[in-house]
Design a protein around this ligand. Structure first.
Ligand code: PMP
Length: 407
């Protein structure tokens, strides 16, 4: 088996041909250069020509802060690809975690590769993988995440298939969404995380830990990340500001082994140079303004906000759907994953009759490793819909299911 520290194993042919741009490397150096360095190397526009004088930010808590002078100039300027301020190499700022995910998968996956995914999975990961003609191998989940026994079964099958056929590549990567999973709302237990980590370590599988909902958990304690369990350097973790500060800022970061993070950095160099400086400076100023305690208080209030909505939604489902559907109470995130009894496929019910009645839920097909199979699951969001309307929609869903059962 290839050594875990041989990261070239995880880098596809296309990604391995990327080379750093000298101009970008000089930008990085310039950030750390002594003050009296004279540079005629810059390709940066002169900030004096930018029309912005001051950005004043007023927060909902009644306080405010502003960006001006040198700080505003930095916020409007090009920066090194890794992010602002120039960060440790193992961390890389991205345009939302979607960018980090897509560039990581594009680095690893080659046409026809087997890719392990939790099943169901975030539809945004699926759309990255499809153009590679990747063979998605779905690993079954319960409310505590993917089931270790199923993962081992799949890996052993691959092993015997590829050994017997005398060729083929073992899967190199697994995509997981461990906290408040989209679409199931489940959270992987610590025991599971440890077990899954051990299996991945044994079979030399890189773990992509997409934890977009890690601060939206409804548990007593913050779940332990795969990254913090990572002794072998086999985890790339994706964090995002989208669900806690703003999704429109497109601000996220990935963390992982520097050999791989550096490759992803080269990919970003060639696509968008770096993520929005303004978003990064604005967020940094906000964190400075709040301080660590203020940030934790904000997280707590966001969690409480979603938890109240979850509780309302579950109570409404208990009222209307109790005899028609099954579900697990979400332990994080903003979705509930509903299994409909007595209906083998919910697609037409939702997409034809549901839309006619003007209620919209996502059919589970959108999240399945194999979307062509019949699916009796529905994803319902409790994030933004006014509570009264959530109750109305659940009542209408009950009617829809009853009608469908009679068809
Ligand atoms: N991962 C998951 C599981 C998500 O649900 C989402 C957003 N819906 C993302 C990643 C993308 O988030 P971002 O805004 O950080 O790109």
């Amino acid at each position: 088996m290839v050594s875990k520290t041989d990261y070239s194993y995880f880098i596809g042919a296309h990604a391995s041909r990327r080379r750093p741009a000298l101009t970008r490397e000089l930008t990085k150096r310039q950030y750390n250069a002594p003050k009296d360095t004279i540079s005629l190397a810059e390709g940066m526009p002169n900030e004096a020509t930018f029309p912005f004088e001051l950005i004043n930010v007023v927060l909902k808590d009644g306080t405010q802060f502003s960006l001006q002078g040198a700080e505003l100039n930095s916020a409007l300027q090009y920066i090194p690809t890794q992010g602002y301020p120039p960060l440790d190499r193992e961390l890389l700022m991205t345009n939302g975690s979607q960018e980090g995910l897509s560039k990581s998968l594009e680095m690893i996956v080659e046409e026809g590769d087997d890719v392990l995914v939790q099943d169901p999975l975030y539809a945004g990961a699926d759309i990255i993988l499809k153009p590679f003609k990747a063979n998605l191998i779905g690993i079954e989940q319960d409310q505590f995440g993917i089931i270790p026994k199923k993962l081992i079964e799949v890996l052993e099958n691959c092993k015997s298939k590829y050994t017997e056929e005398g060729g083929g590549k073992m899967p190199k990567v697994i995509y997981l969404n461990p906290t408040g999973s989209n679409p199931t709302g489940g959270t992987m237990s610590l025991e599971r995380r440890k077990e899954i980590y051990q299996i991945c370590s044994k079979y030399n599988i890189l773990i992509l830990e997409d934890d977009a909902y890690c601060f939206l958990h409804f548990l007593e304690k913050q779940p332990v990340s795969f990254l913090s369990l990572d002794t072998d350097g086999i985890v790339i973790r994706f964090d995002s500001m989208s669900k806690i500060i703003s999704s429109g800022l497109r601000l996220a970061w990935l963390t992982g082994p520097k050999q791989l993070v550096h490759r992803i950095e080269l990919h970003i160099q060639s696509s968008n140079l770096h993520s929005s400086t303004l978003s990064q400076v604005l967020t940094e100023s906000l964190l400075q303004h709040w301080g660590f305690k203020g940030l934790l208080a904000h997280f707590a209030s966001v969690r409480e906000f979603y938890k109240t909505r979850r509780d309302f939604t579950i109570a409404s489902m208990e009222k209307h759907l109790k005899d028609l559907c099954d579900w697990e109470v979400p332990t994080g995130g903003m979705f509930v994953w509903i299994r409909v009894r007595g209906v083998s496929d919910v697609y037409e019910m939702l997409m034809t009759r549901g839309l006619k009645k003007q209620i919209v839920f996502v059919p589970g097909h959108a999240f399945m490793a194999d979307p062509t199979k019949a699916c009796n699951h529905i994803r319902a969001s409790f994030s933004r819909t006014p509570l009264k309307q959530i109750d109305k929609a659940m009542k209408m869903l009950a009617e829809l299911i009853r009608e469908e059962q009679l068809l």
